[in-house]
Design a protein around this ligand. Sequence first.
Ligand SMILES: [Zn+2]
Ligand SMILES: [Zn+2]
Length: 435
Amino acid sequence: MNSTRNLIYLNLTISVKRLFISISKTMTPIKSSKRQQLIIAFQRMPIVVLAMIIFSLKINAQSSYWYGSLHSHSEYSDGNMGNDPDYHDVKSCYEYIQQNTLNVNYWGISDHNHSGAGMAIADYRKGVLEADSVNQDNVFTSFYGMEWGVISTGGHVIVHGIDSLIGWDNGNYDIFNGQSDYGGLFDLVAQRGNTAFAYLAHMEDTDFGNLLQVPYNAIWDSAIVGLALRNGPAFSTDTTYSSLPSYNYFDRYLDLLKKGYHVAPGIDHDNHYIVFGRTHPGRTVVISDSLNRESLMAAFKRRSFYASDDWNARVEFSINGFGMGSICSGPDNPEIKLYVSDPDGESITWLRMWVGVPGSGIMASSVVSMQGPGSDSLQFTNPIIPGQTFYYFAEITEADGDKIWTAPIWYTRSGNPPAFELLDFTAQRVGNQAF
Ligand SMILES: [Zn+2]
Ligand SMILES: [Zn+2]
């Protein structure tokens, strides 16, 4: 292992509507046409984004970290594939989790919504009630929802917070939505406000009615809180935490962010056997004040969660006091702070901070990369021009290869754009102290 800490300064070049921001030279007078473009870019910031700012919370010293996952199956769709007689319903699955699965505080069962995968509306209703019966504030939080859609007609969306079955099969739904109508589904979820969310499962690049190709939709953005960066293995029977997920959806995360969607990353088990969270230690980690449905639902809605291959790593990430997932603004330059800790003492060997411009269509870049001892903490101020919005998120690698991806923080520096063009943009690390 490299014994010296390496902080690498990377040049970042982001173009927004032909306005070029590059790094570390001088500021030069802006040509009038470019200035105009800059102002236009600012004025076009969607109103919904401004409205979402109220869902961003300042970091609370009392915040706690809750470990679990949102995506798994019971026999009410195509789970319990081993046909274990002890686990014919949702309640017994939850009892299994509470008795056997290590490092879980909450869990989501998300049965397929359609009859082709075994769902009957009566079972969905039972699943909702059974999940309610095991939900216990400050002990364990259960979510029962659905995995909506068919892979061949557009993909799978995890929906939690809606106690009605959304479907298209004759006589087998509470709320009708056409089989390949993903826009309709996101609209339905958005209508539920802060009580429900959509989360994208094992996303392929043409999924969800070509979400990545059709224009950005602010209403859908308000429904979709995140996506799985890892999924499965869906048909594993391993209960020794040693079968790692086979897929990585990091590229889809970058795609959604550059499109302008405000999403956070998670890790899905998607198990179809009675193994719930025991095939590997990967968890979706939620940061919220307390362990109950209301607090966790609010945290999911404000994207206060992250994907961790490690089942108890803790990441503190903030910009000017705003926590993970925040859409926030202020008059100052963003001061970025990140600190990773692991109760097992695992060391962090690589830390990268990514930055991008939402809705720019340009992929985020790594702006800071640190390797070796000391890469468990980072603090730097990133000078940006007033009126600009950037998002930042961290990619963290532990000594054993485990990855952690944080949710982004979207930060807008308030104020009027200056009458010059910023040609240079340097990420600079200040000190090495934890905070
Ligand atoms: Zn699926
Ligand atoms: Zn699934």
